[in-house]
Write a protein of this length. Structure first.
Length: 506
């Protein structure tokens, strides 16, 4: 048996290496020096046990020395989950791995992440567990990443077992990524869900099941957005088509909030190992845009630990104000976004468009509840992202609900969603018009920088047209909301649909 591993010691002991942002520690090395000499078909296994105390670093790296001649590395882990009093954090431990190229922030060594979604994984040249990247198991020092999400007062006892299986290196097939264009309908309004999870992170649906659910929901495009991994990018073979565009991305899941890297180049991985205090987010936001994607803070007011957005919105290309079934968290996100519109008008700065996505993980989560409907020149990656970036979009709870919204005034001038209506003077009359279908029992609301200034009840059929007259002096922008009836006294009814604003200028 090998000597006790340093992971048996409290983390305050000497001999540990501090690495990267957001506080990380590297333990000593687990050696497999004899694995390469093992007879064909045999394996070598090592088990490491330790305890992470409260206040542990965000990331603890367990170094594993991999010798030549290894075909597969397999890892399993377990940890104690003691009962704790109400209001006290229990134990939750995430896991991932980096190969011999190292753990450098944003470096090339990333080989996979499953967070707390699974208790074991493997990697070999031809395939890997979902969440992990297939490829050769090269000799050198690999690092298993342990990420204590929460730690109980008594500490987090854990056990990690590493198995190396010798054999030929094997070959890695070239990934087949989704095409960047689908047939579509030319310039049109296209419906999409940009926040979805499969078995490649903590979802329960396969990519095939997601694609089927997207078609059933009337969607034209989806975005693959697994937590902290790009492994699903090549998992959509045969699932796209003339009727469905598949974009690739990631939900970058930091300890200070989650952000969608939306529509990035296939194979792009975005690091998440930093907090707001590390001043690294701007660097990775720019990396997302260099990879052709959009930066979209997700569920910014979610109450789960680490979910609340703390990086600010200066780098955001859009913001997710509606996440899944409508809740008070979404109402807060909507109010904060509306405040940002007022600030943008006041300072004459650019504004951040709103988006909505399902964040669907498993049944009964509904793919396409809600969905973002974007005006795009064609059904292609570039055209869809351009529409989202410029705010030519609205959010709807389903494909049964459609909106047409705009403003006109002056000498026949007109502006649609996400556009600016310029008229001769502040007192020029402007007519705001909303056409709705598929919203029975709902009310229409026109919201401005002063708040909600006009409300109308839609016909029982849910199909109707609402008009309102205003001026640029009275309303710097107008946006529309369609809401269900109030169910909780004192709170507004849940959203059925929401538009980005039309700005009124003289």
């Amino acid at each position: 048996m090998p000597a006790p591993h340093p992971a048996h010691r409290p983390i305050a002991r000497r001999g540990l290496l501090v690495t990267t942002a957001a506080t990380a520690l590297t333990w000593g090395t687990v050696s497999f020096a004899d694995a390469a000499d093992a007879p064909d078909g045999t394996t070598r296994t090592r088990t490491v046990r330790g305890v992470l105390p409260p206040g542990s670093p965000d990331y603890v790296y367990l170094a594993v020395e991999v010798p030549p001649g290894v075909a597969e590395i397999a890892v399993s882990y377990a940890y104690e989950k003691p009962s704790v009093p109400a209001g006290t954090q229990g134990n939750a431990l995430d896991i991932g791995i980096f190969d011999e190229r190292g753990t450098e922030l944003g470096g090339p060594g990333f080989r996979g992440w499953s967070g707390g979604a699974r208790s074991s994984f493997f990697i070999r040249a031809d395939t890997a567990t979902p969440g992990y990247l297939a490829g050769p198991v090269r000799a050198g020092t690999w690092h298993i990443t342990l990420a204590p999400y929460t730690v109980a007062p008594g500490g987090l006892p854990y056990e990690v077992t590493v198995t190396l299986r010798p054999g030929p290196a094997g070959s890695t097939p070239e990934p087949v990524y989704p095409p960047e264009r689908a047939k579509g309908r030319g310039r049109a309004w296209y419906r999409g869900d940009c926040h979805l999870h499969s078995v490649h992170s903590d979802g329960r649906r396969t990519p095939a099941e997601i694609a089927a659910a997207a078609r059933a929901a009337g969607l034209d495009f989806i975005n693959s957005s697994e937590h902290n991994t790009s492994s699903a990018h090549g998992a959509w073979g045969g699932l796209w088509g003339d009727d469905l565009l598949v974009l690739t991305g990631e939900e970058v899941t930091t300890r200070n909030g989650h952000v969608l890297a939306l529509g990035t180049d296939p194979g792009t991985w975005v690091d998440w190992r930093y907090r707001a205090r590390d001043n690294r987010f701007g660097h990775y936001a720019r990396a997302v845009r260099r990879a052709g994607g959009l930066v979209v803070p997700a569920h910014p007011h979610a109450t789960c630990i680490g979910c609340h957005w703390k990086f600010g919105f200066g780098e955001a290309d859009a913001v997710e104000v509606w996440n899944g079934a409508y809740t008070p968290e979404d109402e807060i996100a909507l109010a904060e976004w509306d405040n940002s519109l007022v600030a943008a008008v006041r300072s004459s700065q650019s504004w951040v468009p709103a988006m909505g996505s399902s964040d669907a993980h498993r049944e009964p989560d509904k793919v396409g509840l809600p969905q973002t409907v974007v005006l795009a020149e064609e059904l292609s990656r570039d055209a869809v992202l351009a529409g989202l970036r410029t705010g030519r979009s609205y959010i709807a709870e389903s494909s049964a609900l459609t909106l047409a919204f705009g403003a006109s005034g002056g000498r026949g001038h007109h502006a649609g969603i996400g556009e600016r209506l310029r008229v001769a003077g502040d007192d020029t009359p402007v007519t705001v018009r909303l056409e709705v279908t598929g919203a029975p029992g709902c009310t229409a609301h026109f919201v401005t920088d002063q708040g909600t200034l006009f409300t109308a009840t839609l016909p029982d059929s849910g199909t109707g047209t609402v008009q309102w007259r205003t001026t640029p002096a009275y309303a710097a922008y107008v946006r529309a909301e369609v809401r269900h009836p109030v169910t909780v006294p004192g709170l507004p009814g849940a959203l059925a649909a929401l538009t980005n604003p039309v700005f009124l200028e003289s």
